[in-house]
Design a protein around this ligand. Structure first.
Ligand SMILES: Cc1cc2nc3c(=O)[nH]c(=O)nc-3n(C[C@H](O)[C@H](O)[C@H](O)COP(=O)(O)OP(=O)(O)OC[C@H]3O[C@@H](n4cnc5c(N)ncnc54)[C@H](O)[C@@H]3O)c2cc1C
Length: 423
């Protein structure tokens, strides 16, 4: 493992690896839990731990961006923004998880996909050159526009492993005047109907495309075990939030919509605080979800994530749940499933397999379950949107963009220095 403390040291590490034909596996805060954390895909790679590059280089709350290095955690950025007119789009992971890592993995935040937060990247390329993509502050570049004009290059470096990222310009959201997370229970007898109602409300703009649906196992975290729970996050102008709350509450009284109001404790003040981009030094929600602190999780708990994209349709949600159950091997406990609305077409599913790490048989069963999930979902045409180190490629094989990818990969990292096998 190498732990550089400056961009110059990253450049030196990359040049040395290029000269030796060695492999580097860059990580930011290394909390890619359930997907391999900081482990490389292949043995023998050197982990390039960039967590010591941990400066918040700049914050501009007027124009709405922050320039952060890979070691900056989302909790630190949230703390820095306390009392300002801006917030960071927090994810549901720990406050001690990073900002840059989840951007590069194309993670999901509470307000929107993390891809929307990415404005610019600072890179060390495979030949040791430094470069920038996307939007950076400077003369004549006042409003933050990630795509600018010409080819839009930021996302060549997300989920690609074609460079080491030493900083990112992250877009900040306006601090909403009002935030309200509505807890909603789905009627177990007409689950499909409930999902379809949420889809319809999303399609027509009644609710934002940020709803989370928790299956009965995942809903335990919020005190509604045995029931599907949804969190509808409303944020913005106070009158609008109030009016939308009234409209949604009215619709929930109609039993035909397959939805009903949930108990207030299912979206308690900590949930509301997270949607409001609030800092939480005690990591309250994360402790509640996992039972462990961010530093302890890798040792204390076996955890595997399976992350397929499923159409935002009642029938597809039912099918994905049945498919998941059919894949369980041996003593593997029923996983929790969180469904994140991405837009009115798609839900990303987070299927969380937990197991005791000291029990070899349980470890084997959980990994076998994960293999089966990959195989079964691929057979039904549900692709994954984020991969783990044991399943770096989807089993469906080459995709429509393989030729262009190969071309770019050969140009940017011809000797495969960065994260070989990862993407
Ligand atoms: C309870 C729980 C809840 C979670 N909730 C969410 C959620 O709501 N949303 C979500 O997206 N995820 C979630 N996760 C998954 C995961 O923990 C987070 O996405 C986490 O932020 C990723 O870890 P990190 O930020 O430390 O990234 P890292 O582990 O540092 O990086 C992730 C990957 O990005 C690449 N990478 C990182 N930094 C660099 C770099 N500088 N240069 C080149 N490549 C790099 C590498 O491939 C690396 O493996 C959750 C996990 C748990 C356990």
């Amino acid at each position: 493992m190498l732990r550089p403390t400056s961009v110059a040291e990253v450049v030196a590490a990359v040049r040395a690896a290029a000269a030796d034909g060695a492999a580097l596996h860059p990580v930011a805060t290394g909390r890619n839990w359930g997907l391999g954390s900081r482990s490389p895909v292949r043995d023998g790679a050197t982990v390039l731990d960039l967590s010591a590059l941990d400066r918040i280089r700049e914050v501009d709350v007027r124009r709405g961006y922050a320039i952060v290095e890979p070691g900056v955690t989302q909790g630190r950025l949230a703390t820095r923004l306390t009392g300002t007119p801006r917030i960071v789009n927090l994810t549901g992971a720990s406050q001690n998880a990073g900002v840059v890592g989840s951007l590069l993995e194309r993670g999901v935040g509470l307000q929107r996909g993390r891809t929307e937060d990415l404005a610019g990247l600072e890179l060390v390329l495979a030949d040791g050159r430094t470069a920038r993509t996307g939007w950076w502050p400077g003369t004549g570049r006042t409003a933050v526009r990630p795509h600018g004009r010409g080819p839009s290059l930021n996302h060549l470096f997300t989920q690609s492993g074609w460079a080491a990222v030493t900083a990112a310009t992250v877009r900040l959201l306006p601090r909403p005047d009002s935030v309200r997370v509505l807890p909603v229970l789905l009627d177990e007898g007409q689950l499909e109907r409930g999902v379809e109602s949420l889809r319809g409300w999303t399609e027509q703009g009644l609710i934002p495309p940020t709803t989370k649906i928790y299956d009965p196992v995942a809903a335990r975290t919020y005190g509604t075990p045995g029931r599907h729970l949804a969190h509808i996050g409303l944020a913005g102008d106070a009158d609008l939030v109030r009016a939308t709350t009234e409209i949604v509450s009215g619709r929930l009284r109609d039993t035909d919509c397959g939805l009903g109001p949930g108990p207030a404790h299912a979206a308690d003040p900590w949930v509301q605080h997270a949607y409001a981009g609030g800092a939480d030094p005690n990591d309250t929600l994360f402790l509640r979800k996992t039972g462990h602190c961010a530093r302890c999780l890798d040792q204390a708990r076996g955890l595997l994530l399976f992350l397929p994209i499923v159409p935002f349709e009642g029938e597809a949600v039912r099918r994905a749940a049945a498919l998941t159950r059919s894949c369980l091997v041996g003593r593997t406990a029923a996983p929790g499933i969180t469904m994140n609305v991405l837009d009115s077409e798609a839900l990303d599913h987070v299927v969380t397999l937990g197991f005791p790490p000291e029990d070899a048989e349980a470890v084997r069963d959980a990994h076998r379950t994960l293999d089966r999930l990959h195989e079964s979902f691929a057979r039904e045409g549900f692709g994954v949107y984020r991969t783990d180190i044991d399943h770096p490629m989807t089993p469906t094989g080459p995709g429509p963009d393989t030729a262009v990818r190969d071309l770019l990969g050969r140009a940017l990292d011809p000797h495969g220095i960065f994260a070989p096998g990862r993407h």
